[in-house]
Design a protein around this ligand. Structure first.
Ligand SMILES: [Fe+2]
Length: 313
């Protein structure tokens, strides 16, 4: 634990809950500027604006004057063995100085190695060594940005035989050690639970709820034997049910609907987001594990004798 971890953890509890947000997409720029729709806040993909000095950046400036903004990144690559990309972090900080986001987030993943970027959010090995490695890098990033960063649980399509820590425990140890926050993507929990055969309800129960600052919901493509996290359609009922559970466990935090391809017109996108209101404070919608047909015991047994304090940091 570094000197600032407790400070970052304390900062998490001071962050506001701006309500229900949408992703800011260029397709909707004109509509938003002309109509000032009643959306609570917008999330921007940081990389879409970091290298842009043209119209997108100008539009973002204007929208940031009217709405709260959150910056969501896809290239931090916190799990990589490459050194942290200080050029990237410099641009991220410059954008944050300009936009003044409520917070900055990225993913528990790695995106490349040897300076190659796959542009994919790749799963990390979950063991003590990777936990130590990732926490050290989170400390560096947070100290550089002078704020806690939120990390999102990834959607995954495989797990590693060498993993010894369950994902929800890994996330908890991360936040305990560094003071970072969590972005709970409820759709990712659903996608990963189907692909990797674990109980999504148990997953959400086991997370440190007081460290969850934001949620994502999204649509996905069901391919029979597996699910792809496509963000290209409406949210399915099971994900809404998990959202109800996550809402109850967290006490309700800022929630954003992701929609990244086949993006509909703004009003359709907004209407899908507003369905979330039906699932807030709706305990009846949650159901039980027995109703989840693929549920079985987790593939990795819960390492009850693993204590974060026993890790040789
Ligand atoms: Fe997400």
């Amino acid at each position: 634990m570094n000197d600032n971890s407790a400070l970052y953890a304390a900062m998490l509890s001071t962050l506001p809950n701006p309500g229900l947000g949408l992703g800011l997409r260029s397709k909707h720029f004109n509509y938003i500027l002309e109509n000032n729709p009643a959306v609570d806040w917008f999330e921007v993909i940081s990389e879409n604006f970091m290298d842009s000095g043209g119209r997108p950046r100008q539009v973002l400036k204007q929208i940031a004057e009217r709405y709260p903004i959150v910056m969501h990144g896809v290239s931090l690559s916190i799990g990589s063995t490459d050194p942290l990309n200080m050029d990237y972090l410099g641009k991220l900080k410059a954008l944050a100085d300009e936009v003044k986001p409520l917070w900055i987030s990225d993913h528990l993943c790695w995106t490349g190695v040897n300076s190659l970027n796959t542009h994919d959010l790749l799963p990390v090995l979950l063991n003590e060594e990777s936990l130590r490695h990732i926490c050290k890098r989170i400390n560096q990033v947070q100290d550089y940005l002078q704020r806690p960063v939120m990390f999102e649980n990834p959607s995954t399509y495989l797990t590693f035989k060498q993993s010894t820590i369950l994902e929800w425990d890994f996330l908890r140890y991360m936040t305990e050690e560094t003071g970072c926050g969590l972005l709970l993507d409820v759709n990712n929990v659903f996608v990963s639970s189907f692909n990797n055969d674990f109980d999504p309800i148990l997953y959400i129960h086991q997370l440190p709820h007081d460290r969850i600052v934001q949620m994502h919901i999204a649509g996905h493509q069901h391919c029979g034997d597996y699910i792809i996290d496509t963000h290209d359609r409406n949210v399915v009922q099971e994900v809404w049910r998990l959202f109800s559970l996550a809402w109850k466990m967290t006490g309700g935090v800022a929630t954003l609907l992701e929609w990244d391809s086949n993006i509909p017109d703004f009003e359709t996108y907004h209407a899908e987001l507003l369905k979330a209101k039906q699932y807030m404070n709706n305990v009846a919608a949650i159901g039980s594990s027995a109703e989840w047909p693929w549920y079985s015991e987790p593939a990795v047994s819960n390492p009850v004798d693993f204590l974060v304090s026993s890790v040789n940091w």
